[in-house]
Design a protein around this ligand. Structure first.
Ligand SMILES: [Zn+2]
Length: 200
């Protein structure tokens, strides 16, 4: 049986959820018991399903995003062959959480999808702490949607997530977690990722 830890990281609109669902479906079709977990903070689209931006969907087990939340469903997770976790950046970091996932992935195949960086361009601690343990890391990129004053699109590979408030770049001190879609976020390359008030 497959085991190990695989991670899918990238900015918003890079297809992380689509990639996660694609892999989980492949294992489900091959007859493996597959379960998908998502943090309860992500109320986007649906409470009990994971839906990718392009409309793929799958039933999800909603947990409190912490070690305690995962520990509560541990028995259920260990009953499956493949465990997917979406929006992993929303989980609260603790050494216990990392230990739990290492334990789980020594017996099961665990596939974790997460944002690489927050809107400020800074790493999520929980992602940063788990990443080195992954046997396989897939880094996805989006397309930079910055448009200049001559209305030319950038179109370079985007590794950052730009938060917008009323169409303007969100300041550094705006809250770290703010769930939203295309109206409040855009994929940007490094050059066009703007965070007013950032101490560089
Ligand atoms: Zn750009």
């Amino acid at each position: 049986m497959a085991s190990g830890l695989r991670m899918i990281v990238g900015p918003m609109f890079s297809g992380k959820t689509t990639e996660l669902l694609r892999i989980l479906r492949k294992y489900a079709i091959a007859g493996y018991a597959v379960v998908l977990v998502k943090p309860s903070t992500d109320a986007r689209y649906s409470a009990s399903k994971v839906v990718s931006h392009d409309g793929l969907e799958m039933d999800a087990l909603v947990v409190e995003p912490s070690f305690t939340g995962l520990a509560r469903v541990a028995e259920l997770l260990f009953e499956h062959d493949v465990v997917g976790i979406d929006e992993f950046q929303f989980f609260e970091y603790s050494p216990d959480l990392v230990k739990f996932l290492l334990n789980l992935s020594s017996e099961k195949l665990v596939i974790v999808a997460a944002l690489n960086l927050d809107f400020r361009g800074e790493p999520w601690e929980v992602v940063k702490e788990l990443l080195p343990y992954a046997e396989d890391v897939k880094v996805l990129k989006a397309v930079c949607t910055y448009v200049d004053q001559q209305r030319r699109k950038c179109g370079k590979q985007a590794s950052r997530t730009q938060r917008l408030i009323d169409g303007r770049p969100a300041p550094y001190d705006s809250p770290r977690i703010m769930v939203g879609g295309k109206e409040s976020y855009e994929a940007r390359c490094r050059k066009h990722h703007v965070v007013p008030g950032r101490r560089d």
